[in-house]
Design a protein around this ligand. Structure first.
Ligand SMILES: [Zn+2]
Ligand SMILES: [Zn+2]
Length: 88
């Protein structure tokens, strides 16, 4: 059964080749992922709060605490595009 053996060997080689090829593709994709900086937050992982526009306070209330509730007064909120990671 020489022909049959040859066929199996060829199939094995193809399987190894496609495995390597797949891992190369996956490596390439994960590398690309690591390098893709989030454009929304410019890689910082947070963005200016849209409610207070980065001030941490709102002008809605006269007197008393006008701390922005959306960002708890920090003026920054977690980037929703990259989920605070700074990369996509
Ligand atoms: Zn805010
Ligand atoms: Zn981001």
């Amino acid at each position: 059964m020489k022909g049959g053996d040859y066929f199996i060997a060829k199939t094995d080689r193809y399987a190894v080749f496609s495995k390597k090829w797949m891992s190369n593709i996956l490596n390439f994709i994960s590398k690309d992922k690591k390098m893709a900086k989030c454009k929304t937050c410019n890689g910082k992982g947070n963005v200016d709060c849209p409610i207070c526009k980065g001030k941490g306070r709102t002008d809605r209330l006269l007197g008393g605490s006008n701390q922005c509730k959306n960002c708890n007064g920090s003026g920054k909120v977690k980037c929703s595009v990259c989920n605070g990671k700074g990369v996509i």
